[in-house]
Design a protein around this ligand. Sequence first.
Ligand code: Z3R
Length: 292
Amino acid sequence: MHKYEKIEKIGEGTYGTVFKAKNQETLDIVALKRVRLDDDDEGVPSSALREICLLKELKHKNIVRLHDVLHSERKITLVFEYCDQDLKKYFDTCGGEIDQLVVKSFMYQLLKGLSYCHSHNILHRDLKPQNLLINKNGELKLADFGLARAFGIPVRCYSAEVVTLWYRPPDVLFGAKLYSTSIDTWSAGCIFAELSNAGVPLFPGNDVDDQLKRIFKLLGTPTEHTWPGITKLPDYKPFPLYPANPLWYHVVPKLSAEGRDLLRKLVVVIPNHRMLADEALRHEYFYGFTPP
Ligand code: Z3R
């Protein structure tokens, strides 16, 4: 641990505290993420450690690099590439306006990072503005890929803050346990709408019930007929039958017609009808776009 000198605390993440630090040998600036495990657990599970070590192999310009994994008896410290800020902070400081070209660029990079991880069979499972990191030169990188599988997603953060439900798809909210890449494309769609609206979230639910209600009011309530198997999901409960009300122009008024078409193909209630990340990259919304 002496290899890294802590500079300042960056924040409290889902799994523990994040610090800005300096590698004393290379003078590189890094982010240290200290993952605390449950008190009653006996040290770090070897399954988690194996999962984490695989993440060191993920190398892509839109994925935050995991440089190193430091492991002592009761905790793991993940050493990540440092980035200037996260998308949550970007929203807080953008003054209610984001250029639609920046929206497109961020969305392109988000889908590139997703497509790369999905092609390696790694899911994120907890994509949200807080784990999208942005550099001054407009690069966007996904953080915390694969951590959900290694450690699970707790109900509360290490800091007792409630973990947000805003980016969770209906299948997961109904307790589905068999995850697929579609879990992340739903979240990407929610983030797309939020980018286009300069930080106003698409479905800011207060609890699981409210979250599902907000989704169904916009997209229509699914039934066993439209989504075979829905009533068998572990936490399924019936909701009022809202009609689909896809007035996308009112939902994302600043987004182009092509952007609205992509959005409606990402935020699809039925999981296996959702567009995949690499399909989304070929959508006409990106025609003529030159990646950064
Ligand atoms: C994981 C890996 C690298 C970084 C993480 C998380 N968060 C970082 S770098 C961060 C966040 C901010 S500044 C740096 S914030 O001030 O915008 N919250």
